[in-house]
Design a binder for this molecule. Structure first.
Ligand code: ADP
Ligand code: MG
Length: 321
């Protein structure tokens, strides 16, 4: 795994492996400003495998590109493994991109060279990074085996299915032993069986190498393979789904357990540093909440009520069902 910069990493307080605070990314097209990220907070621990789920346009790829050092935020803070990504100079950023992170894209072709074999494709990033070839070859073989393609090692990419190509792309993403693997819609172009195979590969990699893995997706199938799912909406993390701790002992060894054996996720709403939270849309609609609400502290909970003149006459509504 890539080394963490010892000088910054061992700060006294616990800093999560990935720490995003109030990330903002604004794209400017002519006079138009697009807020792709609007004050996003996210913390991920080393060795965690988690998913970020959100609709198209919610800012998922923008976030991954920032974490991968491909893009820079307009404002906010972002650090990975003790490295402040906003402070890295160009050359440091290139090294970060090469050594510290691996990328898996929705379209595997983006990672693959068609005229090379599976094994050669996986060796290529190591050759480019100037790594010794014998060690590289051994590691490439191990990775090809790890993604379940040992029997295909000498095949060319045209001979592989889309799902198999995606598994090669995962091996390539891991070639330089990154501490962090970022996957952008990795199951977007494959069928159910292949999606399952790909997610099992991620779980195995996470268990075997302790690689921190973030899978960005709108595919809900992914959630049964991770203990934590963060929901992203309008460029902000809004909800979080956590598996009960009793079920979280599952380590990823021997492949993922079926969802029903691991227990369901519990849903939480995210509270940001300033104490803001986003109420579920359906709750806001059910009570026709407008600009002002009453917030009342009770013994062990907080009540949110419509402003009196806003209360519409209505039938009782069953909520949280
Ligand atoms: P997702 O991956 O969740 O579909 P993106 O991060 O790609 O979302 O996009 C978030 C928002 O930012 C969208 O409104 C998108 O149109 C806009 N956006 C993304 N990349 C660019 C870009 N390079 N230039 C302008 N707008 C962009
Ligand atoms: Mg995207």
């Amino acid at each position: 795994m890539a080394e963490v910069d010892g000088s910054d990493a061992l700060a006294a307080a616990h800093v999560p492996f990935i720490n995003c605070e109030e990330l903002v990314r604004i794209y400017k097209i002519a006079d138009l400003e697009v807020f792709a990220l609007q004050g996003l907070d996210l913390q991920v621990e080393q060795g965690e495998m988690m998913a970020i789920i959100g609709n198209s346009g919610s800012g998922k790829s923008t976030l991954l590109n920032i974490l991968g050092g491909i893009d820079r935020p307009t404002a906010g803070r972002v650090s990975v493994g003790g490295k402040d990504l906003l402070k890295l100079a160009r050359a440091q950023m290139l090294r970060y991109r090469r050594d510290d992170v691996g990328f898996v894209w929705q379209n595997p072709a983006r990672n693959l060279v068609p005229y090379l074999t599976v094994l050669q494709n996986v060796e290529l990033p190591m050759l480019l990074a100037g790594r010794p070839s014998t060690e590289g070859r051994r590691w490439a073989s191990e990775l090809v085996e790890s993604v379940g393609l040992a029997h295909r090692r000498h095949h060319h990419l045209v001979e592989l299915s889309m799902g198999e190509q995606q598994r090669v792309a995962i091996a390539i993403g891991l070639a330089n032993r990154p501490a962090l693997l970022l996957a952008d819609e990795p199951t977007g172009s494959v069928d159910n069986a292949n999606a399952q195979a790909i997610l099992e590969v991620f779980a195995r990699i996470n268990g075997d190498y302790r690689t921190t893995i973030i899978i960005v997706t709108h595919d809900v199938r992914v959630s049964s393979y991770v203990n934590r799912v963060v929901g992203i909406r309008d460029g902000k993390t809004s909800v979080e789904f956590l598996r009960q701790p009793a079920d979280a002992v599952w380590s990823g060894e021997g492949g993922p357990a079926p969802a029903e054996e691991k227990g369901a996720h519990q849903e939480f709403v995210m509270l940001d540093r300033a104490g803001r939270l986003q109420l579920p849309h359906e709750f806001v609609e059910a009570l026709a909440l407008k600009r002002r609400v009453r917030v009342v502290l009770e013994d062990d909970h907080i009540v949110v009520r419509p402003q009196e003149q806003d209360i519409p006459p209505r039938d009782p509504v069953e909520r949280g069902a």
